[in-house]
Design a protein around this ligand. Structure first.
Ligand SMILES: [Zn+2]
Length: 150
């Protein structure tokens, strides 16, 4: 991922703010000497119409030409559902079973921030399975908000 030399400490990791004070950890880069490219905001949304009571319906969304760092989970639907999300390129699951929407997703006004951001590879996939819990046709939109990296 793209990094640039910290413009405040010029990569020295420490700064001396006055001749009388000792050098201190650079407050801009937190002593790393580099700044990470924050990336550009991007949302992957997966739209599905689940039949009533359908179980373990597979879904897949391809990641485009840049690595994607997933930061927020959001969903809207006409009824409750459960989902198991997987990184399709590594087969890594994000839970032990399909998780109830209320235990995994927020919404656009109150998104659920991932406790640690997760990076999908470029040309990878957000994949997994979903089940309807409403007993009726269920229009689901899952949104994965984050940043595209260079
Ligand atoms: Zn610095």
């Amino acid at each position: 991922m793209a990094q640039q030399v910290c413009p405040f400490c010029q990569g020295k990791k420490v700064v001396q703010l006055s001749p009388a004070s000792p050098p201190q950890l650079c407050p801009v880069c937190n002593g790393m000497g580099v700044l990470e490219d924050p990336g550009l905001f991007f949302v992957y949304e997966i739209t599905l119409q689940l039949a009533a009571n359908v179980k373990q319906f597979p879904f897949q969304q391809n990641i485009l030409n840049r690595p994607f760092r997933w930061l927020f989970a959001m969903a809207t639907s006409t009824g409750p559902f459960s989902a198991l999300i997987q990184d399709g390129s590594t087969q890594r699951n994000f839970s032990n079973q399909e998780v109830h929407v209320n235990n995994l997703f927020g919404n656009s006004q109150n998104p659920f921030p991932l406790l640690t951001p997760y990076q999908f590879n470029q040309k990878g996939q957000i994949s997994g399975t979903m089940s309807d819990l409403s007993g009726a046709p269920n229009n689901v939109r899952m949104a994965f908000a984050g940043v595209e990296l260079n």
